[in-house]
Design a protein around this ligand. Structure first.
Ligand code: ZN
Length: 410
């Protein structure tokens, strides 16, 4: 279900609650409509007539297992105290204002030589039939994304792909880079290398030079195609990943938002239009501290002479060599496990952990380990632990709430 659809459903039930507040809580609940509904019903009056109508329309029924206490789900600091909207929106266009507002990104228009950008777009259009919509689960409901995705690899016999259960739930059928994708890979790698000179490398990041030999490509066919709020999964790319994204085709708004509130204020939603041939590098910490999305567009969008309303985004990324073949399997059910980072409660914010993929894929399993990155440089090392004291964590420099919390503890 698209974020827009979820919001419409929630607006129908909680007519007194502002749209921005609904969005805020929906994001805090990782997009779960049922959790959002459950939380809100404890604070705000439910419009029961509308609720009955909405339930009939959408087939939604509140399940008691999602009625957990507010504090379990989100940091109580992030709960709105007023019904009216407090969330701001900002639309940023220039490199200067974007990088000043979000220090975790580099923005570069007209990154590729014009003919390379056009041939990349043509190459992707020739491959568009192999793109497919992702399916995923939200609160027990199977959902189909309304954008299409394909994962590409630079090497034709990539052994790593058979271990990649993260995106596909099974063996992943990867595509191969075309000529233009290879040329762009070289240019992107040079750019990331140059940018890395002015950024400190964290111990959790690979010691080797950054490579962009895996591409997750998204295709937005129409202006209504969107990508829900999310951050990229860390399981293969590891903690503090660098991801370089190239947009070609129609211009769409890339939205980003910090995941935890500052001084109890909901964070602004920052919209960045990404025209044809724009590079956006998401540096270390971006996936940890922000969520991003591509909003459906209600107004006209700027199309491209070659692709019309179609837009592709190519996200070049590197699998972390220290995590290949090392991810733990669930001791309870044998499923693969996903690497994640805690952020909702300030006490735990920054701690990395492994959670059973079964729970993500709609099976009830609470399989859990803390993540331990102490030996990431040693091949096939153990990257998990049952001891919380041995857990690896990363705290953002600008996380003042966490800094204040740590002060009170010392
Ligand atoms: Zn499990």
């Amino acid at each position: 279900m698209a974020t827009e659809t979820k919001l419409k459903y929630l607006e129908d039930i909680f007519s007194s609650v502002g749209r921005d507040v609904l969005l805020e809580i929906l994001i805090s609940c990782d997009g779960s409509v049922e959790q959002t509904e459950s939380l809100l019903s404890e604070q705000f009056p439910v419009d029961t007539k509308r609720k009955a109508k909405s339930a009939a329309v959408s087939g939604h029924q509140k399940k008691s297992k999602y009625q957990r206490s507010i504090s379990q789900l989100i940091d109580s600091n992030s709960l709105p105290t007023k019904v009216e909207s407090t969330s701001k929106k900002m639309r940023l266009f220039t490199k200067e204002e974007i990088e000043a507002s979000v220090p975790y990104v580099t923005f570069k228009r007209d990154f590729l030589p014009a003919e390379v950008a056009n041939s990349l777009l043509e190459e992707l259009l020739s491959k568009q039939d192999i793109f497919t919509p992702n399916t995923f689960f939200i609160a027990g409901n199977k959902c189909v994304a309304n954008h299409k995705t394909k994962v590409f690899t630079a090497s034709d016999d990539d052994e790593r792909l058979q271990y990649d259960v993260e995106l596909s739930g099974g063996k992943l059928d990867m595509g191969s880079f075309g000529d233009s994708m290879r040329i762009v890979q070289c240019l992107v790698e040079d750019e990331v290398e140059a940018l890395s000179q002015s950024r400190e490398k964290h111990d959790f990041q690979p010691k080797t030079k950054w490579t962009g030999d895996i591409v997750v490509a998204n295709l937005f066919c129409e202006k209504s195609s969107n990508l829900d709020w999310h951050s990229d999964r860390l399981t293969k790319i590891g903690p503090l990943p660098v991801i370089a994204s190239i947009s070609v085709g129609a211009t769409r708004d890339f939205r980003i938002r910090k995941i935890h509130p500052f001084n109890k204020n909901p964070n602004p939603i920052i919209s960045i239009p990404l025209p044809h041939n724009t590079l956006l590098v998401m540096h270390a910490g971006f996936q940890e501290e922000y969520k991003h999305s591509v909003a459906p567009s209600s107004g006209p969008i700027e199309g491209h002479p070659i692709s019309g309303q179609k837009r592709f985004s190519l996200t070049y990324r590197q699998y972390h060599p220290g995590l290949v073949d090392c991810a733990p399997t669930c001791s309870k059910c044998g499923s693969a496990m996903l690497l994640r980072r805690m952020y909702k409660k300030v006490e735990n914010r920054g701690k990395y952990y492994w959670s059973c993929m079964g729970s993500y894929a709609n099976k009830e399993c609470k399989g859990f380990y803390w993540a331990n990155f102490r030996n990431l440089d040693t091949p096939n090392s153990k990257v998990y632990t049952t001891e919380e004291s041995e857990c690896s964590e990363w705290i953002a420099d600008d996380d003042t709430a966490k800094a204040a919390y740590l002060m009170t503890r010392s």
